[in-house]
Design a protein around this ligand. Structure first.
Ligand code: NAP
Length: 517
């Protein structure tokens, strides 16, 4: 898009819907459809009201596949976040007093609405984030499942009765909602990273201020709109976006916010953890990974190739559980490398709306530069390109699905998340060596292994210092299982029955001096 057109678009400050400016036919069809459904929200949500920034400042949301402007949204900061916290604090009293069953009904209705708009939300994800439509629809199904699961769990937040130590006492454990929750989420899953937090928070009786990434706020706003339609009362779910450090600092400084839940980079997670200390908030963190995929000589080749491609190239390699290091035992290395390279060559790159596309663009130029710097470092230390290895001819932020061989542990790519479509292949000799390489990182989110030997499967699974181990399977995420990491990959778990613990306080209640008849 030309500079002149950009400037013209920037000045189109009319009504919120009029802010949706000109774009390609495909994208504009999607936008007008979403807009007619009331799902293209371009304001924050505070206390049940759609709101602009107090000073009317805006920021731009662009389609990474075309560079086109999708919408202007409010650039919010301290003032709006303070208002959102107050709204959430005021709503907490009544929301937390509803019965689990009452909250469950509202969450269930929200789930039904999310599913009935699955394709609309999927299109919105593709539009602002770039992933292929089929993957985006998959994210909606996956993300909505957390709302359904926690609608069910809302009725099962049990306490405990403890056998007393004296006859005139009764001892109980009550589980109570922690209070107002600040939820900060990344751009790579604009929908599911929100529902994984908001589902359990609301089920427990907490109220929430969500801060989605400035790169992908529109899906969050559409989900919030459907939440309002489902009957989530004003103030229970608020959404602000804009100046991330200012919003984060305001959430951290507020004594009314009792919990911070964050998904994003390890660097920002550490800052939030330190900041939460001043008011001693509960903190849960879903941070970066450095996932190893270990392929043993006895693996089923087809299963390993298919699983490794899925684990590496989903979302253009931009997930926290994407394979970052593919360790292949020497006896199967050449066979695996050939079959894997053939599979990767077939991945079609393009706009996520186009038929057959398996890989969309990267989120921005900084992401492409990171990929380039990892490849440059690896090649300068002896790695070789097997497939791809450069920007895609489509331009913008498209990058070729890439495989590099002869990678070793001295290279940057073995220590840091590449967060892009680059699969580095390492060769190893023994099981022990593979375990040592896999564990030689500060991250500990997900690890994959491929073997047909059951004893090895157990041995290696237990030795891996990871919160998630996926054996003979490249895609494992589900709402019914706990998701989270060891070491610097985070604290706490999302999903499953364990997910509610992050939003509950435990109260010990001692009833003493009970009289016998
Ligand atoms: P990021 O830069 O840390 O951003 C995540 C969120 O934090 C965004 O909403 C961002 O806002 C906000 N933020 C940035 N600086 C902040 C600050 N000083 N205070 C408060 N909030 C701040 O991470 P990302 O690049 O979006 O996401 C990629 C990372 O997320 C990767 O490392 C990936 O592994 C990790 N991730 C982890 C999981 C998991 O479950 N473990 C899942 C998905 C992603 P703006 O975007 O508006 O600047």
């Amino acid at each position: 898009m030309s500079m002149m057109l950009r400037m013209a678009l920037r000045s189109c400050h009319l009504s919120p819907f009029m802010r949706l400016c000109r774009m390609s036919t495909e994208a504009s069809k999607v936008s007008s459809r979403l807009s007619s459904l009331g799902l293209l929200r371009t304001q924050g949500l505070i206390g049940g009201k759609w709101s602009d920034a107090h000073d009317r400042k805006t920021l731009k949301v662009e389609n990474p596949a075309t560079g086109e402007l999708i919408a202007d949204i409010p650039f919010m900061g301290r003032k709006e976040t303070t208002d959102a916290i107050s709204a959430a604090y005021n709503a907490f009293h009544s929301w937390s007093k509803l019965t689990g069953s009452e909250r469950s009904k509202i969450l269930r209705k929200w789930y039904d609405l999310l599913i009935s708009h699955k394709e609309d939300l999927g299109q919105l994800i593709t539009l602002e984030q770039g992933k292929p439509l089929q993957e985006a629809n998959g994210e909606v199904g996956y993300g909505a499942a957390f709302i359904e699961f926690y609608a069910e769990e809302a009725k099962r937040i049990y306490g405990d009765i403890i056998p007393p130590t004296s006859a005139d006492r009764r001892l109980f454990v009550l589980k109570q909602p922690v209070g107002v929750v600040g939820a900060i989420t990344p751009w790579n899953f604009p929908f599911a990273m929100i529902t994984r937090k908001v589902g359990p928070a609301l089920a427990c009786g907490c109220t929430v201020v969500v801060k989605p990434s400035e790169l992908t706020p529109l899906t969050a706003l559409a989900a919030a709109e459907l939440g309002l339609q489902a009957g989530i009362p004003p103030g229970v779910l608020n959404v602000v976006m804009g100046n991330a450090p200012e919003i984060g600092d305001t959430l951290l400084a507020s004594s009314q916010v009792r919990k911070i839940t964050f998904t994003g980079s390890t660097a920002v997670g550490k800052k939030l953890m330190a900041g939460a200390a001043s008011t001693v908030k509960k903190v849960s963190l879903e941070l970066g990974g450095n996932a190893p995929v270990i392929v043993f000589d006895d693996a089923e080749l087809d299963v390993a190739v298919k699983g490794a491609i899925a684990a590496k190239f989903r979302n253009s390699g931009q997930t926290c559980v994407c394979a970052n290091r593919i360790l292949v035992q020497e006896g199967i290395y050449d066979q695996f490398a050939n079959a894997f390279a053939k599979g990767v060559e077939q991945l079609q790159v393009g706009n996520g709306f186009a038929e057959g596309v398996a890989q969309g663009p990267l989120i921005n130029q900084a992401a492409v530069e990171k990929v380039e710097s990892h490849i440059h470092d690896a090649l300068s230390k002896g790695a070789n390109v097997i497939v791809g290895g450069k920007r895609h001819s489509l331009g913008l932020t498209f990058y070729e699905p890439t495989v590099i061989g002869n990678v070793n542990t001295e290279m940057k790519i073995s220590r840091e998340e590449v967060f892009g479509p680059v699969a580095p292949l390492f060769r190893f000799r023994t099981e022990q060596e593979a375990i040592e390489i896999a564990n030689n990182t500060n991250a500990g989110l997900a690890a994959y292994l491929y073997t047909t030997n059951i004893s090895r499967l157990w041995r290696v699974s237990e030795a891996l210092e990871y919160g998630i181990v996926s054996a003979n399977e490249g895609l494992f995420s589900t709402e019914v299982a706990p998701f989270g990491g060891f070491k610097e990959s985070g604290l706490g778990r999302e999903g499953s029955k364990y997910g509610v613990d992050e939003y509950l306080e435990m109260k010990y209640l001692c009833l003493g001096n009970l009289k016998s008849a």
